[in-house]
Design a protein around this ligand. Sequence first.
Ligand SMILES: Cc1cc2nc3c(=O)[nH]c(=O)nc-3n(C[C@H](O)[C@H](O)[C@H](O)COP(=O)(O)OP(=O)(O)OC[C@H]3O[C@@H](n4cnc5c(N)ncnc54)[C@H](O)[C@@H]3O)c2cc1C
Length: 287
Amino acid sequence: MKLPFFLASRFVAGETLADSLPAVDALNRDGLHVALDKLGEHVHDRSAAVAARDTYIDLVRTLAGRDGTAGLRNRISIKLSMMGQLIDEDFCEDNLRQLLEVAAERDMFVRLDMEGSDLTRSTLNIFEAVYPDFPNHVGPVLQAMLKRTDRDIDRMCELGVSVRLCKGAYAEPAEIAYQDMGRIRERYLDYMERLLQHTDYSGIATHDDQIIDATKAFADRHDIGPDSFEFQMLYGLRRETQREMAQAGYNMLVYVPYGTEWFPYFSRRLREKKENVWFVLRSLFKG
Ligand SMILES: Cc1cc2nc3c(=O)[nH]c(=O)nc-3n(C[C@H](O)[C@H](O)[C@H](O)COP(=O)(O)OP(=O)(O)OC[C@H]3O[C@@H](n4cnc5c(N)ncnc54)[C@H](O)[C@@H]3O)c2cc1C
């Protein structure tokens, strides 16, 4: 059974790119950078992976050609499992390279979303394979909840690569992931400090005021200017705060997902927070 799209419309900009572009333009007009993501994951068919690559290439062209985006750091965010990672890593790397060629020509950054822990090692391997050829146009996501992230942060600091740091949206077992929010936050803060000191323009992706405030305070204490990093939030969450932070002079990026395959993304948002369920219930009564 397919749920009606309006249930997800608080968190997903549209089912098509055309439907989503007005949301992108509105965010850009308010000085917010955008990372556009065509939703979908876990492709097992070669032709579907090639089609996903071509969709991402079109997305880069569309976004790069948009009027009124001078000075904004718009980009795309992708899942490697859409581009053949589960079929064959070399095939996926080849698809990614083709996408990065187009992105680099247009000076657009491509962020590699991090999926469940079964894909962490493979995602970072593919990232490291392409990074030397596209050092300014590709970067990974690291999840503070994973115990391995301590080492991965060291590696990214050594490379000086821009990382998106998040807590982690997937349920992971206790052997490999911290389960306690206090511990995850404490790890997050440590990683944030290392990224701000040793990488250029990493993304602090969170809606958590404790982390946001600590990041601002750390940057102030260490003379790290607001142009050296950015905050990131998800489309539909803390909308006022996103704008206030941009007005206060921080780089704020909004992750804007779109597409018909919104259900897994939508369920992760509902699992995360009771308030998100409330947004959906409200839309039911409005609709
Ligand atoms: C831009 C972006 C990209 C992401 N990419 C990935 C990815 O590639 N892979 C992945 O696994 N995960 C990703 N995530 C999801 C992330 O891992 C977390 O699951 C998600 O962000 C929830 O954690 P949080 O730190 O935002 O806040 P939470 O842990 O949900 O909340 C912590 C506290 O923040 C405050 N807060 C949270 N939401 C609100 C709100 N709406 N209004 C007011 N206060 C609020 C509250 O005080 C709350 O107690 C991404 C998140 C963002 C923002």
